[in-house]
Design a protein around this ligand. Structure first.
Ligand code: XMP
Length: 508
């Protein structure tokens, strides 16, 4: 394994992810981890991350210089490179010219770190300090017009450093550099796979939980499903999953979740399904304002969950399906609330538990899906598109009623079925929504005055921006025909061509 020591930079988990992409297991640990603990873990290599501090300031994060005597290869990145220089007698100063963004760096390709890379390569820089003089015994292996030590190394001591960030994709050959470090310098074998993560996570959970009781709020989404199965494999019936059907799920979704996690499913756990549909519809009666709907749906979830938790009594652990992007997002804080996403909002107040466990905290979404496949979770659950916590509540514009939920569920099911039949792949998110508009139509010889369904499909990778997808006309035509014929209460279908911005992906 390789250990990433965290000095406060924003790309820490990304470094770990890049190393895992080389099939080498990697974990991020705080820079305060003791040398004994590091030795105990017996890593093949150590990477120091970047960070916002200046090494020459008194209270900046540091580490004992003895780490360089362990005989374990070290790669310092950005702040990590400056720290290495500083601790080993080099000189770090404020750079006369800060560098941000793409920078052409000239590298020495005879270095093990730069094998297979062209001597001029574009790297991502982001620094105000720099190494003005490398420590004794080091040779300079990279420089840019304004950065005299963009890379340095002491091959005999297996110490390497880059001022730039090899972990970000803007560094053109960054992947190659990290792979050179883990294979050529650290001698890793590259035999780690997701199943090793799954195995060690199960083992770690088993040890942590012992004979304790565990409670999990299961939504049926990818993250909570993977977390629940992992816990079930670790501690079996010590785990209880509470699944709240708020009546705003997609068609048949509640039953599908029950089929997988319920008593007839393959997993050993206690499953409680709470059918709270009526309760939600009652609370949402007459409410039209989107944020108020969100608030009601979120709060009601917490109340229902608390009630169930009270029946179960005290538990030792509460499982959260937090994944790495949630960790970053909640750390950043947002300047303006565009939409309040209730499921990153907080925890129930009155659930009696001692500790939270987050087995997926280190993983990115695609890694969570890979772990889910390893755990044998059905593909339709593992590859599901994102579905918002407030569910169809924010895909029905205006007041939510049981009738409108039925319409949007049926229309959405047809849409999804036809997209699958047409073999369309690569969409970020696609769904049907119900506009609040009713209009005149004619069916048979009768006048109708019915709702309009809106179809949406977007291409996006980060969900922050999106483009409307070009769904072939014949598919849209077929979906439209089926919806107006099969879904009672609908006489018109629209396709939303708007991107984000200016629209958002959901309608509310
Ligand atoms: P928007 O509509 O803001 O959506 O462009 C971006 C992504 O976030 C999802 N979304 C939510 N997820 N609770 C959630 O859990 C919410 O209240 C919520 N609102 C939007 C949306 O489905 C898309 O993936």
């Amino acid at each position: 394994m390789v250990i990433v020591l965290d000095f406060g930079g924003q790309y820490n988990q990304l470094i770990a992810r890049r190393v895992r992409e080389c099939s080498v297991y990697c974990e991020v640990l705080p820079h305060t981890t003791s040398l004994d603990e590091i030795r105990e873990r017996n890593p093949r290599g150590i990477i120091f991350t970047g960070g916002p501090a200046s090494v020459y300031k008194e209270d900046s994060p540091t580490i004992s210089p003895e780490i360089f005597e362990l005989g374990i290869p070290v790669l310092g990145i950005c702040y990590g490179s400056q720290l290495m220089a500083h601790l080993l007698g080099g000189r770090v100063e404020t750079a006369p010219v800060s560098e941000y963004g793409h920078t052409e760096v000239e590298v020495d390709v005879s270095s093990k770190l730069f094998q297979g890379i062209s001597s001029k390569t574009v790297c991502w820089m982001s620094h105000t300090d720099y190494i003005a003089a490398a420590p004794e015994g080091f040779r300079i292996t990279g420089y840019s017009p304004v950065c005299p030590v963009a890379a340095m190394e002491c091959e005999s001591r297996k110490l390497y450093a880059t001022q730039f960030h090899p972990e970000v994709l803007h560094t053109k050959d960054g992947k190659q550099m990290l792979s050179n470090f883990v294979y050529n310098v650290c001698g890793c074998s590259g035999d780690w796979k997701m199943d090793s993560f799954v195995e060690s996570a199960i083992q770690a959970m088993r040890e942590k939980i012992g004979s304790g009781k565990v409670l999990c709020a299961l939504s049926g989404g990818v993250d909570s499903s993977v977390a629940a199965v992992l816990l079930s494999k670790a501690v079996g019936r010590q785990l209880t999953c509470v699944f709240v059907d708020h009546g705003l799920l997609r068609k048949n979704e509640g039953d599908e979740v029950e089929a997988v996690f319920g008593p007839n499913g393959p997993y050993e756990l206690n499953f409680i399904r709470v059918n709270a549909q009526e309760r939600y519809y009652e609370k949402l009666k007459g409410v039209t304002e989107p944020e108020e709907k969100r608030k009601i749906i979120g709060e009601e979830f917490i109340r229902v969950f608390e009630e169930e938790a009270k029946k179960i009594g005290a538990v030792d652990f509460l499982v959260q399906g937090t994944i790495y992007p949630d960790v970053i997002e909640s750390g950043l804080g947002k300047s303006a609330v565009i939409k309040s996403h209730h499921n990153v909002g907080g925890l129930p107040d009155y659930v009696d538990f001692k500790e939270i466990v987050e087995p997926l905290r280190l993983l990115f979404k695609d890694e969570v899906r890979a772990a889910g496949r390893e755990l044998g979770i059905p593909e339709y659950l593992v590859s599901r598109q994102p579905f918002p916590g407030p569910g169809l509540g924010i895909r029905i514009i205006g007041e939510v009623t049981a009738e409108k939920v039925r319409i949007v569920q049926d229309a959405d099911a047809i849409y999804r079925e036809e997209i699958a039949k047409a073999g369309i792949e690569g969409l970020g998110q696609y769904f049907a929504a119900l506009s609040n508009m009713r209009s005149v139509g004619v069916m048979g010889d009768e006048r109708t005055y019915d709702y309009a369904v809106v179809l949406r499909a977007v291409m996006t990778s980060d969900f922050m921006t999106a483009e409307a997808a070009e769904i072939p006309w014949d598919v849209l035509h077929k979906v439209t025909n089926r919806i107006v014929n099969e879904v009672k209460g609908v006489n018109r279908v629209f396709y939303d061509c708007t991107g984000k911005p200016p629209a958002t992906i959901e309608f509310e």
